[in-house]
Ligand binder design. Structure first.
Ligand SMILES: [Zn+2]
Length: 360
């Protein structure tokens, strides 16, 4: 008993002399070492009781010398089991730390902005002195085709280029650094992320990745060969290369920008939609990536046009349509917050601004 208590005292004294060591190594190290020292001491007493303890004294065993070595004390001889040290809850070591250590979570406090009628992504970005891509960086919900940049929607405005990342189970500092191509040190250096060693991330929190740009998910429609009879690679028909308005409305609600690679035109549900140019229908049906009921026409010359959020589809894959031909009705399906059509033009699979072609 005496030996163990004494070991404990020596240990505590040593740590107190250097309080920084306690902070650096963490309290749990103290707990583990103290418990280990006590256990070893107890074992020594049990095994080397009696005459063996006296031998240890004579040999100058470190177990019974103080740090300064000025006092040599013989270990007590145990006479019964009652003399054995007992490890109890209130005894020789403080209670261990809980198994799961809850570190600091991120504390963000960003400016927000409610989209007003007539706002454009470029205008909002200029208002806050940021890039349009950064609007997307603060608003993960805009990363799919959507019409969410509409009046009344509240946006999170990051004050600098970067991405506000929703932490999912399995995410780590390393995986984020890899995903966005940003050094781990940059993510740690952003103080409101509250990242401290060992840099644990917590689901349902958000981490800012400074300097990152959010990648957009781009859905690819079937190829011409996939819908052509016999799988032929030659187009059934080639378009004129010029495009007309797919609807009889100019009520634009969202233009083309990094976060929205198409043109949104609002108009009553059930309004006629026509093919912007001659081509072959490669997709006609429900699209799970936000377009809702979608028609895609491949024009056989590198161009494809997309008509999204429809209420009715009146063509089938593989069908040839001519410029101006009726193909369906406008609607409010998919990722849409009001009746409108999402019109998209791709050239060699790259999204382009429809206004360059149809003159908004
Ligand atoms: Zn759209």
């Amino acid at each position: 008993m005496f030996l163990c208590a004494w070991r404990g005292c020596v240990f505590v004294k040593r740590m107190n002399e250097n309080p920084n060591a306690i902070k650096r190594t963490g309290g749990y190290v103290v707990v583990i070492l103290a418990a280990l020292a006590l256990f070893v001491g107890w074992r020594m007493m049990g095994q080397e009781a009696g005459a063996e303890a006296a031998t240890a004294v004579a040999a100058g065993s470190p177990y019974i010398q103080t740090e300064t070595g000025d006092t040599a004390v013989a270990a007590p001889i145990l006479e019964s089991a009652a003399d054995l040290p007992v490890l109890t809850e209130a005894g020789l070591a403080p209670a261990p730390y809980p198994h799961t250590y809850q570190g600091k979570v991120p504390e963000h406090n960003f400016e927000t902005y409610v989209v007003k009628r007539g706002d454009t992504p470029v205008g909002i970005a200029e208002k806050f002195g940021i890039r349009t891509e950064t609007i997307l960086g603060g608003n993960p919900q805009l990363s799919q085709e959507s019409s969410l940049l509409q009046t009344g929607v509240e946006l999170i405005i990051l004050p600098f280029d970067g991405v506000l990342h929703d932490v999912h189970p399995g995410d780590s500092l390393e995986s984020l650094a890899q995903q966005y191509g940003i050094p781990e040190a940059d993510i740690i250096a952003y103080a409101p992320n509250n990242l401290e060693f060992p840099y644990r991330l917590y689901p349902d929190t958000q981490i800012v990745v400074p300097g990152a740009v959010r990648e957009l998910f781009v859905w690819t429609p079937p190829s011409l060969a996939a819908v052509s009879p016999g799988g032929g690679v030659r187009p059934l028909v080639v378009g004129t290369g010029t495009f007309i308005f797919p609807v009889n409305s100019r009520n634009y609600t969202q233009f083309f920008w990094y976060g929205h690679p198409g043109l949104d035109i609002a108009l009553a549900e059930g309004t006629a939609v026509v093919a912007a140019d001659t081509g072959t229908v490669t997709y006609a049906g429900w699209n799970i990536y936000g377009y809702g009921n979608l028609i895609v026409i491949n024009h056989g010359n590198g161009y494809e046009t997309f008509y999204g959020h429809l209420s009715s589809i009146n063509v089938t894959p593989g069908q040839v349509v001519t410029k101006g031909q009726f193909i369906g009705l406008t609607g409010n399906t998919g990722n849409s917050s009001g009746p409108h059509i999402h019109f998209e033009i791709r050239i060699n699979s790259n999204r382009d601004d429809p206004c360059w072609y149809i003159g908004c």
